[in-house]
Design a protein around this ligand. Structure first.
Ligand SMILES: [Zn+2]
Length: 419
């Protein structure tokens, strides 16, 4: 997941409703749930082996197939139903046979930020595992698998099905393509009403607000020419610079927090040539879709203003002279209603397990179902972690089972269960 920040959600500090608490206590006392908890506690060494295997299986953006195949074969050997991989590489397995009934989903992204060829060695020191992607998101994949395995053994009678998902395309240029595909094309896109996204380590936060982002590549083009003999023709680097200088002065609100960044710029060929093109990449982010669109409008205005300063004979007369703005990344902003059931359930579970957690704002796979009006939350896989997106990444396995119990109890409460 991308970096998270505290949410301004009004939920912080309020108590979970009594009804949810009672239901959670009832479920936690079931014999099948006890044995599932015991399994999650006792299998820690096995989970570590899985986690190292996952992290050592490459899964660069757009190259998740081998890791997906690893997960698919695990789902099959657990005896999950309807185990399959879709045409994008998302992997699915259902707890119960009828996969058209309403379902609660639990997902972990398969992809890492590490390009093909990165040395994916892992090592273990005490309770710590080290290796690129060991926490983000090998820990999440292990959590989904561990909970699937525990629930499969527990043989409980659920009112709704549970679908376990390993999805592609969460990081960077993946642009949430896996999740988009799941909620746009799969046969169960409507059946999944709630989704728990497991991303990275920890038990101390939950993401209720989806940070939206829109990314653009903006380009100015001209005929190009010689710095001396063609002097005076419009210069795309100058036009781009003017547009960006204007845009950099935009005032963004602190709440809902809104930011922008000009991250990449290139253009031109040599110091004595008037360039034929100049390009920049701009990242816009906000917790509010409205603010995001306002910022985008301003970016377009700034380009238009820079363009309008080009002398008319050039603007009208030379087809080589033009500008373009291209959308290169798009993640919807959205927010759960304060009384959303999934939040009440998670907070009830946290109270039951004596977990202190706070609501956060981040960009995760949950952006997609949230923007569709579904209920979705992102939480960690337990344990502790750090160094995400670096080669020094680590995961501390201590008390991992607390995070796994949290996921299991949340899923069961959302699905509804009788012994
Ligand atoms: Zn992640």
């Amino acid at each position: 997941m991308a970096q998270a920040m505290p949410s301004r959600s009004p939920l912080i500090g309020t108590r979970p409703p009594v009804a949810a608490q009672k239901e959670i206590s009832r479920i936690a006392e079931m014999r099948g749930v006890h044995s599932a908890f015991l399994y999650l506690h006792n299998q820690e060494m096995e989970f570590r082996r899985w986690q190292r295997e996952v992290a050592e299986t490459p899964a660069p953006p757009f190259g998740e197939a081998t890791r997906g195949e690893w997960l698919r074969s695990r789902f099959s050997s657990l005896g999950l139903e309807e185990v399959q991989t879709d045409d994008l590489g998302n992997v699915f397995g259902f707890l119960q046979k009828d996969f058209s009934q309403p379902a609660v989903g639990v997902s972990a992204h398969l992809d890492t930020v590490f390009p093909m060829g990165t040395r994916l060695e892992t090592r273990e020191e005490g309770t710590r595992l080290y290796g690129p992607g060991i926490s983000d998101n090998a820990a999440g994949i292990v959590a989904v698998l561990a909970v699937a395995s525990a629930l499969k053994r527990a043989q409980l009678h659920l009112a709704a099905n549970i679908v376990f998902i390993g999805n592609v395309g969460e990081e960077g240029e993946g642009n949430l393509r896996g999740m988009r595909h799941i909620f746009a094309t799969t046969p169960w896109k409507d059946a999944i009403h709630s989704l728990l996204v497991v991303d990275g380590a920890g038990t101390d936060t939950y993401v209720t607000q989806a940070l939206g982002s829109r990314r653009f590549e903006i380009t100015f083009r001209g005929p190009g020419g010689h710095s001396w003999s063609d002097f005076g023709i419009p210069n795309p680097i100058v036009l781009l610079s003017r547009a960006l200088a204007r845009f950099s002065e935009v005032v963004v609100p602190e709440s809902p927090r809104t930011t922008f960044n000009i991250g990449v710029i290139h253009g031109g060929t040599s110091v004595n040539s008037i360039p034929a093109s100049a390009t920049a990449r701009v990242d816009l982010r906000s917790a509010s879709m409205e603010e995001l669109h306002k910022l985008e409008d301003r970016l377009r205005e700034c380009m238009n203003e820079a363009w309008s300063e080009v002398p008319l004979p050039y603007r009208a007369g030379d087809p080589k002279l033009r500008f373009a703005i291209e959308l290169i990344g798009d993640r919807p902003a959205a927010e759960l209603a304060p009384d959303a059931r999934i939040v009440q359930v998670l907070r009830g579970v946290d109270a039951h397990l004596r977990i202190n957690s706070i609501a956060r704002l981040a960009s995760t796979d949950a952006n997609v179902p949230l923007a569709l009006g579904k209920q979705a939350l992102t939480i960690g896989a337990g344990g502790d972690g750090g160094g995400a997106h670096t080669l020094r990444e680590w995961f501390d396995c201590s008390n991992r089972d607390l995070g796994l119990k949290r996921i299991l109890l949340t899923l069961l409460t959302l699905a509804g269960v009788d012994e």
